[in-house]
Design a protein around this ligand. Structure first.
Ligand code: SPV
Ligand code: MG
Length: 324
């Protein structure tokens, strides 16, 4: 009898352990917020690529990336406006929702300044969580911001304490403990230098940021490297090497960077392809010169997952009318 009880107990224990580990496994691979947090905390250098709509987001995932940067520059450019909050935050939200719906990897939204003060930022967090956005990056500039790489752009910095309040409000608002708030300092962009960058990053970290993004518009890694040499906190560091693109990625890893954002490369690639194709069709007045070099209509259908709709129609769409 005791033998039987022991067996029953062992079976019960194994079943519970399996159920718990299955739950944990499912949670960790299913939740986009957790995926993003793990990317930030990963012990090796990770990469995310920019997307600016549902289609480009799918392309990022298919290419094998583990995360998507919803770039403010690229989204606004794709909408035909400038990157200085000309697109409203709800318009950005609409775009980002399509990106999340079409993919299974996490989207990190470039949320500029949080579109206002702490109150706007915390409302934004609510809306992002509702739309399955895994995290947001907010930067210490003033609303309306201008793009960091713009030659001669004005980049006054936000008050450090005020920005810390914004980070705290965002962290206090999130429902999902894994939703990530990345705090971005523009100290180098605004010309304030290393000491200010470190001081701000440390304060943002202490205010509860899940990671620090430190940006530079130099065409060498020097500024960011000096930051990394002095960075002693356990908070992960994210970089955007658009301007210092000649630095080999192992240099970033050696310096202790956690995540690299390739911030605008699909937008720029498609821009060039669209300009060339438009010019060629306009000049030739025929499609013969372009057809071979562009994606087929079937490829468009594949990316839209038209097959899934066909299967669903077969299952659900019972009609009495005769289709030929
Ligand atoms: C973006 O992709 O919108 C960024 C990075 O914020 S940068 O354009 O370099 O400011
Ligand atoms: Mg931006």
């Amino acid at each position: 009898m005791p033998f039987l009880a022991a067996r029953v107990l062992r079976k019960l224990f194994t079943t519970c352990a399996l159920a718990i580990s299955h739950y944990l496994w499912k949670e960790s691979i299913m939740k986009k917020t957790r995926q993003l947090k793990e990317l930030l905390l990963s012990s090796s250098l990770e990469f995310v690529l920019e997307a600016h709509n549902g289609l480009s987001a799918k392309i990022v995932e298919e290419a094998g990336f583990s995360g998507i940067w919803a770039s403010g520059l690229s989204i606004s450019a794709a909408l035909g406006v400038r990157d200085c909050n000309e697109a409203s935050w709800t318009q950005v939200l609409e775009v980002v929702e399509f990106m999340c719906d079409g993919t299974t990897i996490p989207v990190l939204l470039d949320a500029d300044t949080g579109y206002g003060n702490f109150n706007n930022a915390r409302r934004l967090v609510k809306k992002l969580e509702q739309r399955d956005v895994a995290g947001m990056c907010i930067e210490d500039k003033l609303f309306p911001k201008s793009n960091s790489l713009l030659a001669g752009g004005r980049n006054p910095l936000a008050d450090k304490e005020e920005f810390c309040g914004k980070i705290k409000a965002a962290k206090d608002t999130q429902n999902d403990p894994d939703f990530c708030v990345v705090a971005r300092t523009e100290a180098f962009i605004a010309g304030w230098g290393l000491e200010e960058a470190l001081e701000r990053a440390e304060s943002y970290c202490n205010a509860g940021a899940d990671a620090i993004l430190v940006h530079s518009k130099l065409n060498t890694f020097a500024e960011i490297k000096s930051f990394m040499d002095h960075w002693k906190l356990p908070c992960p560091v994210v970089i955007v090497p658009t301007k210092y693109h000649t630095t080999p990625s192992p240099e970033f890893e050696k310096a202790g960077v956690s995540l690299v954002i390739w911030a605008n490369h699909l937008l720029r690639a498609s821009l060039k392809a669209m300009q060339d194709t438009a010019a060629r069709i306009c000049k030739d007045k025929t499609l013969m010169g372009v057809e071979e070099g562009i994606a087929s209509v079937e490829e468009v259908f594949r990316l839209q997952d038209v097959e899934e709709l066909k299967r669903a129609e077969a299952q659900y769409l019972v009609t009495g009318c005769a289709d030929k």
